[in-house]
Design a binder for this molecule. Sequence first.
Ligand SMILES: Nc1ncnc2c1ncn2[C@@H]1O[C@H](COP(=O)(O)OP(=O)(O)OP(=O)(O)O)[C@@H](O)[C@H]1O
Ligand SMILES: [Mg+2]
Length: 523
Amino acid sequence: MTMMPAGEMLTQLWSAMAGLMFICAMFKQYVPFDVQTHIEKYTHKLIALVYPYIQITFHEYSTDGWFERSKAYTAIERYLSTNSSTRAKRLKADMVRDSQSLILSMDDHEEIIDEFRGIKLKWASRKTTPNRQVISFYGDNDERMFYKLTFHRRHRDIVTNTYLNHVMEEGKAIEVRTRQRKLYTNNKSEQWVGYRRKIWSHVVFEHPATFDTLAMDPKKKQEIVNDLITFTKSKDYYKKIGKAWKRGYLLFGPPGTGKSTMIAAMANLIEYDIYDLELTAVKDNSELRKLLINTSGKSIIVIEDIDCSLDLTGQRKKKEKEKAEKKDGDKANPIEEEKKKKDAEDSKVTLSGLLNFIDGLWSACGGERIIVFTTNYVEKLDPALIRRGRMDKHIEMSYCSFEAFKVLARNYLDLESHDSFETIRGLLEENKITPADVAENLMPKSSEEDADTCLKNLMEAIERLKEEARLKAEEEEKAKAEEEEERLKAEKEKKKEKEQKSAEEEKEKKTSVAEVKENGEIT
Ligand SMILES: Nc1ncnc2c1ncn2[C@@H]1O[C@H](COP(=O)(O)OP(=O)(O)OP(=O)(O)O)[C@@H](O)[C@H]1O
Ligand SMILES: [Mg+2]
């Protein structure tokens, strides 16, 4: 037999392929659609007879729970990332933890062979674009990613019963190991369209705060740490008592007392993600619910300044509005006003919606969660929102105590003790100063400033604050006295007016009686 030259062989192959494609095109064009479907069905059956392989697909977004990224897909992605990196030829690279190492995973349209108990299984990463003759409104957002697993049908049982479980478990374990903690924030609903929905955007969470660097009463701090750690280990306990595995914390206190810092420290302690929920960007309760469904387990959901985000405290908002109206008078810009009004109308998250979010049926889906609210005005919140069971732990973050100061001195100046500590203790006991102010003063402002200078700065700052507070108190006192004086004056005038009025009335009465008498005499 004579060997065909390579070039000729290639030409023949090309022409055969072109012929096949032509036949396919003709088939699609001229054979009616339902006949095509029938032919396809029987072809599949025929292939199944001779082709002994089974295929399973795992889509990134399943069709029923379409809002949620499939957990199976994520687990497979992780599993294949460790198993594929040595075998696949085209890889995708992503940064992981601390941005120090890369994680490699299989690229789109790449295939790998995995081995399990001597069985060979083929994994392929695929992408489909819907077979439609229209230009997608959402651009290439309609692309769907999926993994396809192919294996021999004689291994069906072992794959479906054992192998897939093994992949899921491994995938989850890898995820925990390589997890890069994230800080999420919610997007406006306009960005929720398409298959690559962006309900939450995230950045890598890298806040350095820890409970060691957090300045507060050590006893209280320990209590919170214990509470958190107990929570993370209590899966079975929560199951036993029939409660969703979640815990609510309410952090309250004046600005600059470390509420946000505490949340970062919490996330760092228990290694949870943070979802920073901006309620003003949420249109209504159903959006709120969607946001919640799309949070993962092991996460802290934070609503900062809950008193400001929502008209939960109707009265306060109204008062503020009235005040603003009075202040602005007629000068208010009508366009601005209109916009504000529209914003207010748009934000229709209600108290009951929020309560449902915290402890409704939805709150139990997806694993352990911590919900944290922060506020500067705890007394203005609706009691329903913060009752125990909803917000399980109320933590007051208050002005800097001496114990808290010692933590800051250790952090900022590496000082355990100093001659001026006693003076500072006295100053802190007498004055209300926030940890943020103390921290600011303890931080060296130039390379020449040493610990002594920083402590001196702090003492001076407290003295200054003391003086400011005294002046403010004096002014307030004065204003109060003036107000009282004016009130008294107004009262006096009112009394006088009343007296005058009654005197006039008396006089009128008398004259009319006299007139009657006079008239009587005449008649
Ligand atoms: N208890 C604290 N321990 C350590 N640092 C603190 C503490 N409180 C405040 N700070 C410092 O002050 C800064 C402001 O604190 P933070 O943002 O946590 O205050 P906050 O209570 O959240 O205030 P706001 O009510 O205005 O949101 C932080 O960057 C932190 O460095
Ligand atoms: Mg804050």
